[in-house]
Write a protein that binds this ligand. Structure first.
Ligand code: ADP
Length: 570
């Protein structure tokens, strides 16, 4: 056949070749149009309209990028996202046809090159013959080996509350590079790339929204878990919907135990608590508050139960908030004990003073000899001192409570003299104890408030006497520590139980004794609290502490004062 015979005329051969080339080009065009149609249809159908998660974003983008490459017959596709903190356009993986190494060297600023121009104008640029194109960054072009390219903006639509489109925001750019068969990109490619770019932008924006929502959720959960109040949300059927860490502790429920399918009644049998939830459900929205005992930890909670109605008409649930008020209640109890102890402590010396004065007044015939009278006067005098001390202590406590510090009157103080004087005075108060002044002879004198130092030591020694009802030795020792001096008072008394050792310096705290109020050692619970404040008023290095204690064997209290206090002299 003539058609099958190769023409031997070279001119005819050339014409024949040209015809074939035209046919192939036409076929290629048809194939690619067909590919485009299939791919566009598939892409459109697959772009999710809903929010996507981070791993989904990568997958979806990866699919989208492969399609972009196929539709536009490109070898390389690159997505760049604007980073507000650095002002750069950074690569959003995955990128097609570009190595990790090339990506790591890529630095694209948002105000230069093709990317910058497209990002800022929101208009696409076709940059065929990239190395000679006026807008391209030549370094990037040679790094990525770009022949021809097309860059479109990644834009998202901005909408108002009624979902009306109010404008466009560019979040980055999409590059499609090196069309196959050495061809150049044209306006059809641009139109298609813009459409696909919008879809990519929507996917990315969705993922960003998802991340933000996720972050806000995590922050809320973090706050919910860390608040000190216990919070429990229980549904109408008693099902636990939410419960934070503090509430788990209160109910003694494992910190990471699953709540799925759990009812409140499954984790607590506290009738008190279950009833309160029931009542709150029936209270028809009214807030109910009451004090409850934590079934898991036995602490006292101020609770608030509120009915929470759901907007979507779901059955209501109850939100309960529990605030731990154990300490407040304890202080209140201590305060009322304190008031009655103080009244008692005030009345005792007054009764005694009145008794002796009346006796003396009635003694018109001078039945009592001069020594006995003198003894009465001494008792009255020491009872008056006791009253003054108590009142000074009370005034000091109220000064501290009011946030006003303790005023110091600084001067040179001889520690040896103070110890000797406290020891002598306290000896007069007991005949059961030996008060031993075991101080080194020449303790250095310090700058301090002499009255306050006296008060600190007197308080500790008087405690040592009172809390050694069987008598024994009370030994005062001292040590020159360089910048500070340290004094210690040891007794052979009742000792302090370990669980009270931290608390004895708290105001009103007294170690309960078995003997009941009458047999127990009398005290107001403010002595050591004051001692600590009196010492601390002498500067940072001043401190009082319980050195050691053993039940039935005795205790040692120590305090340290600076030789030169870091406080202003008055
Ligand atoms: P109080 O007026 O009750 O003695 P303090 O504040 O001086 O108040 O002491 C607080 C509590 O510390 C006392 O109630 C007592 O239980 C305990 N305490 C203090 N000193 C001693 C001590 N030397 N031995 C045993 N217990 C002590």
């Amino acid at each position: 056949m003539a058609g099958d015979v190769m023409p031997d005329d070279p001119e005819q051969l050339r014409k024949e070749l040209e015809r074939y080339r035209l046919v192939v080009t036409e076929l290629q065009g048809k194939i690619s149009t067909l590919e485009n149609e299939i791919a566009t249809a598939a892409t459109m159908a697959e772009i999710p309209a809903v929010v996507v998660t981070q791993p989904e974003l990568r997958q979806t983008l990866s699919r989208l990028i492969s399609k972009i490459a196929m539709i536009l017959q490109a070898e390389k596709v690159l997505t760049l996202l604007y980073q507000a903190d650095t002002g750069h356009l950074s690569v959003l993986p995955p990128a097609l046809g570009i190595t990790e190494e090339q990506i790591s060297e890529l630095l694209v600023t948002s105000d230069t090159g093709v990317s910058g121009k497209v990002f800022n104008s929101g208009e696409a640029i076709i940059y065929n013959d990239a190395i000679n194109h006026p807008d391209t960054d030549k370094e990037i072009i040679s790094l990525l080996r770009v022949r021809n390219g097309l860059c479109v903006p990644l834009s998202i639509q901005q909408r108002d509350e009624d979902e009306r489109v109010t404008g466009k925001k560019t979040i980055g750019v999409l590059h499609v590079m090196n069309k196959r068969f050495e061809q150049e990109f044209g306006t059809d490619d641009q139109r298609l790339a813009e459409m696909l770019g919008d879809q990519a932008a929507a996917v990315i924006a969705n993922a960003q929204v998802f991340r933000e929502v996720q972050k806000a959720k995590e922050q809320l959960e973090g706050a919910f878990e860390s608040i000190s109040a216990g919070v429990v949300v229980v549904g109408q059927a008693g099902d636990i919907r939410l419960m934070n860490h503090a509430a788990r502790r209160m109910l003694n429920f494992s910190p990471d135990g699953s709540l799925a399918g759990k009812k409140l009644a499954d984790i607590t049998d506290s009738r008190e608590l279950l009833d309160r939830f029931d009542k709150a459900l029936q209270a028809n929205g009214a807030e109910t508050a009451s004090e409850v005992t934590g079934p898991g930890d036995g602490r006292i909670y101020q609770s608030q139960f509120t009915l929470m109605r759901s907007a979507e008409g779901e059955p209501p649930s109850v939100v309960a908030i529990f605030n731990d008020i154990t300490e407040i209640r304890q202080i209140e109890r201590m305060k009322s004990t304190f008031v009655s102890t103080v009244s008692h402590e005030l009345r005792t010396p007054l009764t005694s003073i009145k008794g002796f004065i009346t006796t003396l007044m009635d003694d018109t015939e001078e039945m009592y000899d001069i020594e006995t009278r003198q003894e009465f006067y001494e008792i009255i005098n020491s009872e008056c001192d006791r009253l003054t001390r108590l009142i000074t202590d009370l005034l000091n406590v109220s000064r501290i409570e009011a946030g006003r510090g303790i005023e110091l009157h600084l001067g040179a103080v001889s520690i040896n003299e103070i110890v000797a004087s406290v020891a002598e005075n306290q000896r007069a108060a007991t005949n059961k104890h030996r008060i031993i002044d075991a101080m080194p002879d020449q303790m250095p004198s310090i700058v301090a408030d002499a009255d306050k130092v006296y008060q600190i030591l007197e308080n500790i020694v008087s405690n040592a006497i009172r809390y050694s009802p069987e008598g024994g030795d009370i030994t005062i020792t001292g040590e020159d520590e360089g910048e500070t001096i340290k004094l210690s008072v040891s007794d052979q008394g009742i000792g302090i139980p370990p669980e009270h050792r931290d608390k004895i310096f708290h105001r009103f705290h007294k170690v309960p004794t078995d003997e009941g109020d009458h047999g127990a050692v009398k005290g107001t619970g403010i002595g050591l609290y004051l001692v600590q404040h009196l010492a601390r008023a002498h500067g940072e290095k001043a401190e009082v502490w319980l050195e050691n204690s053993e039940i039935g064997k005795g205790s040692t209290f120590s305090f340290r004062l600076p030789k030169e206090p870091s406080v202003e002299r008055s």
